[in-house]
Design a protein around this ligand. Structure first.
Ligand code: F6R
Length: 594
C-alpha cells in the first residue's frame, strides 16, 4: 500500500508534499519521508511515525523539487531505515515506491550478490537496479526501461536524480499514480485528492508507462520508449469533500453524509424522472444465468445484501465470494455467468487478482466502485459509480450504504416487472437516515452503557439482519479493537453460546417480520445466561424495551438503515476509549497488496 507524491515548480515544495501526504495517510501511516532537491543535493528526511511527526523533524531548506512517501510496511518493520525515500549507494538516485516487487530475492541474487543492503525493503533493490542500468547505459530513460522490464510485481515510483535539477521521473505498474498539471508546476500523487489543493487537471498513467516531469512539461512514454499523446481530464471532486470541516473525525462526517449520498445516487441514476441505468449493462445482467459477486471486507458484506436483492427482484441466482478466496479456490462456473466486483477504492489487489483471472477466462465483468478511473473500473467491461464522494476514514461507512443502494437500483431495473416504486422507497430511506443521524445521543448512551470496558461483543440477527451483523462486527472490531463476532441468531446455541457469561454484550438486529419472534427468543436465551442485551429494531416489529427503534423502510432496504446506529456504536465505543478512529492500528484504506 503506501502513498506517494512528487512536485516540481515555484511553490513551498515541502508544504505541498506534506499536505499531499497527509491526504494519502489513508493508504498507510506507519512511517513517512520526503526527499528534496536543494543546492544540487538531495536531502532526505524520514522516520517512523506519522506525517505530523515528519513535519517536526524536517529542515528549513528551500527547494523547487521533491518527492514524498507515507508507508504501510510490507518488507521490514516500520523504522527509520526502512522508511522511504531510499537512495542508491552511489548517492545519485533517490526514490519512493508504492507496491511490492515479487522478484526482489531473485534480482538481488543475480545483480547484487556482493552488495550489503541497508534496509529490509524491496525498494532498495529498485533504486540499486536503476543505478546499475544507468552505469551500464548512461541515459536515465534507457535505464528506466531496462529496470521496468526486469521488475515483476506492482510499482509506482517517483525518482529524483541528483545530477539533474530540472526533472523527476515517475514509473507505473499496477499501483495507482496520477500526474497533476498546473501553471508553472507539475506534480504526481497516488490519487487525485493528494493534489486537489494545487490542481484539478490530471493525466492518467497506465501500467507499464513512465513519465519525465519538469516544471512546464510532462512527457509520457510506453515501456518501449515510444512517446504517448494523452489528453488530460478534470476531476469533479470538490476539495471541501476532503476536509473534516467542523467534525472531529472523518468517520462521523461520512456517517452523517449518508442521507445525501442516497439522494445523490437517486439523481445520478435518473433519466426523465425515472430510475435509469445504461441498457447495455442491464442486458448484460439479464443475459446471465448466474451472478458471481466478488469483493473484500465491507464491500463483501454489501455483496451479501446484493445477493438478496438480485435473487428477490430478478430471480437470477447469485453467489458471493471473498476476493482472495475466489482466486485460489475458483468455484464451478455456470454457462453464462456475470461477474460483479464491488470495491470502494477500486484498487483492492485481492479483487483485482480475481478480475484478472476471470478476464483471462474470457468473461465479462462489471465493477461497482466509488473511484472513477480506478484500476478495477478501467479493467472491467462496465462500471457503475457510487457517487458517495471521497471516503477518507479507514472504516467504510457511506460506501457500504452507497453500494447497497446502487445494487438495489441495478437489481430493480434488471427486471421490468418489478412494480413497487424504488425511487420513492429510497427517498424514504434517505429521510429515515437523516432522523437517525440526528439522534446520535441515544446511540452514544447505549455505547457508554454496553461497551465501556468489554473485551468482546456479539451481534446477532437472522436473514438480512445476519448479513448486517457481519458488517456490524467488522465495524466495531476494526476501530475499537473489541473482539466482536457477527452470528446468525439461530446458530448461537450450536456452540458459540458457551462464550456468553455475565455482562457479555449481545446486540440483536431485528428488521423483518418473519424472523422477529425467533430472534427475540435468542435474545432471551443469552439474557438468561447473563448477557447484557440491546435490541435495534424497526418500528413495525419493535417491542417494549427495545433500546433503538428505527422508522420503517421497505423490507429489502432495511440494511441501509439498521447499519447507521451500528456505525455510530462503533464510533462512540472507539471515541470513549480514546482511540485513533480514522486511522485504526495496522490498517490502511486501500489494500493494494494481496
Ligand atoms: C472496512 C473496510 C475494508 C474494505 C476492504 C475492501 O471498514 O473498509 O474491509 O471494505 O478492504 O476495500 P474496497 O472496497 O476498497 O475494495
Amino acid at each position: 500500500m503506501c502513498g506517494i507524491v512528487g512536485f516540481i515548480g515555484q511553490k513551498d515544495v515541502k508544504n505541498v508534499l506534506l499536505t499531499g501526504l497527509e491526504t494519502l495517510e489513508y493508504r498507510g501511516y506507519d512511517s513517512a519521508g520526503v526527499a528534496i532537491y536543494t543546492n544540487n543535493e538531495v536531502i532526505v528526511y524520514k522516520d517512523k511515525g506519522r506525517i505530523s511527526h515528519l513535519r517536526q523533524v524536517i529542515g528549513e531548506d528551500a527547494s523547487t523539487m521533491g518527492i514524498g512517501h507515507t508507508r504501510w510496511a510490507t518488507h521490514g518493520v516500520p523504522n527509520q531505515v526502512n522508511s522511504h525515500p531510499h537512495t542508491s549507494q552511489d548517492g545519485r538516485f533517490t526514490l519512493v515506491h508504492n507496491g511490492v516487487i515479487e522478484n526482489d530475492d531473485a534480482l538481488r541474487c543475480k545483480y547484487f550478490a556482493e552488495l550489503k543492503f541497508k534496509s529490509e525493503t524491496d525498494t532498495e533493490l529498485v533504486v540499486e537496479l536503476l543505478s546499475y542500468y544507468v552505469n551500464k547505459y548512461t541515459q536515465v530513460d534507457v535505464a528506466i526501461r531496462h529496470m521496468m522490464n526486469r521488475l515483476k510485481g506492482s510499482f509506482a515510483l517517483a525518482i529524483l536524480d541528483r545530477d539533474n535539477p530540472d526533472v523527476f521521473y515517475v514509473v507505473k505498474n499496477k499501483s495507482p499514480l496520477l500526474i497533476g498539471i498546473g501553471d508553472g508546476f507539475n506534480m504526481v500523487g497516488s490519487d487525485a485528492m493528494a493534489m486537489l489543493r494545487e490542481t484539478n487537471k490530471f493525466f492518467e498513467l497506465n501500467d507499464k508507462e513512465y513519465a519525465i516531469i519538469s516544471r512546464d512539461k510532462v512527457e509520457i512514454f510506453e515501456i518501449t520508449g515510444a512517446i504517448i499523446k494523452r489528453d488530460y481530464f478534470e476531476s469533479s471532486i470538490d476539495p471541501n469533500d476532503i476536509e473534516k470541516g467542523t467534525y472531529k473525525h472523518f468517520m462521523l462526517k461520512e456517517i452523517d453524509e449518508q442521507p445525501f449520498v442516497i439522494r445523490r445516487i437517486l439523481e445520478e441514476y435518473q433519466l426523465n424522472s425515472h430510475l435509469y441505468i445504461d441498457e447495455n449493462i442491464l442486458s448484460l445482467v439479464r443475459s446471465a444465468d448466474r451472478i458471481f459477486i466478488i469483493a473484500a471486507g465491507t464491500s463483501f458484506h454489501a455483496g451479501l445484501i446484493g445477493k438478496q436483492l438480485f435473487e428477490k427482484l430478478t430471480n437470477i441466482p447469485v453467489e458471493v465470494y471473498i476476493s482472495s478466496e475466489f482466486v485460489y479456490n475458483t468455484p464451478i462456473l455456470s454457462i453464462s455467468p456475470l461477474f460483479i466486483f464491488i470495491s470502494q477504492s477500486g484498487e483492492t489487489a485481492d479483487s483485482r487478482a480475481a478480475l484478472v483471472k476471470i478476464k483471462s477466462l474470457g468473461y465479462k465483468a462489471l465493477t461497482i466502485t466509488n473511484v472513477k478511473g480506478s484500476t478495477l473500473s478501467r479493467e472491467a467491461d462496465y462500471t457503475l459509480l457510487l457517487h458517495a464522494g471521497p471516503e477518507i476514514a479507514v472504516a467504510s461507512t457511506k460506501a457500504y450504504t452507497a453500494q447497497i443502494a446502487v445494487l438495489s437500483i441495478l437489481a430493480y431495473l434488471t427486471n421490468p416487472n418489478n412494480t413497487f416504486d424504488l425511487q420513492h422507497e429510497l427517498s424514504i430511506v434517505s429521510s429515515v437516515l437523516e432522523t437517525l443521524c440526528d439522534q446520535k445521543e441515544v446511540v452514544e448512551e447505549c455505547a457508554r452503557e454496553l461497551l465501556p470496558t468489554t473485551r468482546n461483543c456479539f451481534y446477532i440477527g437472522r436473514h438480512m439482519d445476519y448479513f448486517v451483523a457481519l458488517e456490524a462486527a467488522l465495524k466495531l472490531k476494526e476501530i475499537s479493537y473489541i473482539q466482536t463476532e457477527g452470528f446468525a441468531a439461530g446458530e448461537l446455541k450450536h456452540g458459540t453460546i458457551a462464550l456468553i457469561e455475565k455482562n457479555t454484550p449481545v446486540i440483536a438486529i431485528i428488521s423483518q417480520e418473519n424472523i422477529n419472534l425467533n430472534t427475540r427468543s435468542n435474545v432471551k436465551e443469552v439474557k438468561a445466561r447473563g448477557a447484557n442485551t440491546l435490541v435495534i429494531s424497526l418500528k413495525s416489529v419493535s417491542a417494549d424495551g427495545d433500546q433503538i427503534v428505527i422508522d420503517d423502510v421497505h423490507p429489502l432496504l432495511t440494511p441501509l438503515v439498521t447499519i447507521v446506529p451500528i456505525q455510530l456504536m462503533a464510533y462512540y465505543a472507539a471515541l470513549h476509549r480514546n482511540l485513533d478512529i480514522d486511522k485504526p492500528r495496522n490498517l490502511a484504506k486501500s489494500v493494494t497488496v494481496e
